[in-house]
Design a binder for this molecule. Structure first.
Ligand code: EPZ
Length: 418
């Protein structure tokens, strides 16, 4: 199992480029199942979750051609419209094929994702939404089976709570449903907008993506298309925080500055300078002491839960007491006890953590528990005195493309050990 060995204390300087967004590439790949014609996606990040999704598409019967970050999917015949447990247990986003498969083939069998480190994460809202479109859903033997032999029928889907992949799943089903679908309390994440843009290129008729109400006029069939995936705002945010924590001077290139407004506001409050240096690049600079700031995670455009762990790592250095409130997932503070091993002073009380800035961290051996927690431990290692060893970095490889190489190029002392 790979691990990272990090020597802290170096300010990050220079330019670092972000990859395409994992959380946009995953639904975009699932959307390829909606047509028999070739769909070509570019800027697909070569991370582990993407490889899992490509395997899943091939399992359903689609043909997948990969040329670097360019992926072409031809889903002519889907003779196995299912997502088996073996795949779903490694990546819960596999449930994103449920909507496209039942819409395209009239049936789908998807393993229910078990619990995960950050929360229970059920897919009950996905199921309810597909039932609103007329799918007959049965759950047995750990699988959700969806049937719509006559095809799906448009209708009103009102989510009880905002769900990103739930919105994406029902959006992909609604584009082939007869008549109009209105999705209320929809997720407004940029990844949802990116998916809608791809689907419209494939011949769908979607309006309102990016708002809380999305309208879809169903069409008989979709055609092939070409699309470039948006930049990974979570990777960009991770590097912005790294720049501030290391008191560096960093430019985050190939990103969409507007997708990081909530984070930029908080970094400025903490005393860092965040500027838009180009239309597709943000600069971060910090020299003095960072100040305590309170954050509450929210759905987009609020502060992203996927940046909470990384920001908490920064707050361990800040002057004063910060309150971190996690509203999206019920168990997303696993990184706190590992940061405490590095000298951080954090008290977790349910969905809130109180961080008393210690001013300094010391290197230690720590274990990653999930994707974003592992990123926060890497950031802590970049500033800690002495050596930090981060174990189980397979978590970070799920969503970051060769992060150690990117960080080393801007001055970090970090190595991967296999
Ligand atoms: C997406 O997960 C992202 N994953 C997550 O990123 C991200 O943390 C999350 O959205 C929130 O922004 C992908 O896009 C692949 P949700 P998703 O459905 O869609 C509850 C990362 O680090 N809920 O918006 O699974 C759920 O338990 C990952 O890249 C139900 O109760 O999240 C959670 O508490 C981690 N029933 C809340 O809603 C449902 O059917 C929001 O979850 C669906 C969700």
């Amino acid at each position: 199992m790979d691990r990272f060995r990090i020597h802290g204390g170096r300010p990050l300087q220079g330019e670092i480029a972000v990859s395409g967004a994992k959380n946009s590439a995953l639904p975009a790949l699932a959307a390829c199942l909606l047509t028999g014609e070739p769909v070509t996606l570019s800027r697909i990040p070569p991370v582990r979750d993407i490889r899992t999704m490509l395997q899943l598409l091939e399992h359903t019967g689609a043909r997948v051609d990969v040329d670097g970050q360019l992926v072409t999917v031809r889903a002519q015949a889907l003779d196995r419209p299912e997502a088996p447990y073996e795949v779903v247990k490694t990546m819960r986003a596999s449930s994103l094929v449920l909507g496209p498969l039942v819409a395209r083939t009239g049936k789908a069998r998807v393993s229910m994702p078990g619990g995960c480190a950050i929360g229970a994460r059920p897919i009950n809202l996905h199921v309810l939404a597909l039932e609103q479109l007329g799918a007959e859903i049965r759950q047995s033997h750990g699988y959700v089976e969806a049937l719509a032999p006559e095809g799906l029928k448009g209708g009103l889907v009102q989510f009880d709570r905002i769900t990103v992949t739930g919105t994406e799943d029902v959006l992909m089903a609604a584009v082939l449903a007869r008549g109009e679908t209105v999705i209320g309390n929809a997720a407004r994440e940029p990844e949802v907008q990116d998916l809608a843009e791809l689907l419209n290129k494939m011949g769908a008729r979607i309006e309102g993506a990016g708002t809380s109400t999305i309208r879809v006029q169903g069409v008989g069939e979709l055609h092939g298309a070409q699309h470039t995936i948006i930049a990974d705002r979570i990777e960009a945010g991770t590097f912005l925080i790294a720049g501030a924590m290391t008191r560096g001077d960093l430019v985050i290139a190939d990103c969409v500055p507007g997708h990081l407004d909530a984070l930029a506001v908080k970094l400025r409050q903490a005393g860092a300078e965040v500027t838009e240096v180009r239309g597709d690049a943000l600069g971060v600079r910090a020299s003095g002491k960072l100040q305590a700031t309170d954050i509450t995670t929210e759905e987009f455009p609020g502060f992203a839960t996927d940046l909470q762990a990384q920001y908490m790592a920064m707050l361990t250095l800040a002057e004063g007491i910060s309150f971190v409130t996690e509203t999206i997932f019920e168990n997303r503070f696993m990184h706190a006890q590992e940061l405490a091993r590095m000298g951080a002073n954090i008290r977790v009380e349910g969905r809130r953590a109180i961080v008393a800035g210690a001013g300094e961290l010391t290197g230690a051996q720590v274990i990653a528990s999930d994707l974003r927690a592992s990123a926060s431990l890497v950031l802590a290692g970049l500033v800690a005195r002495g050596e930090t060893v981060v174990d189980r970095v397979y978590h970070i490889d799920r969503g970051y493309e060769r992060i150690e190489e990117k960080l080393a190029r801007v001055g970090a002392r970090i190595e991967r050990e296999s």
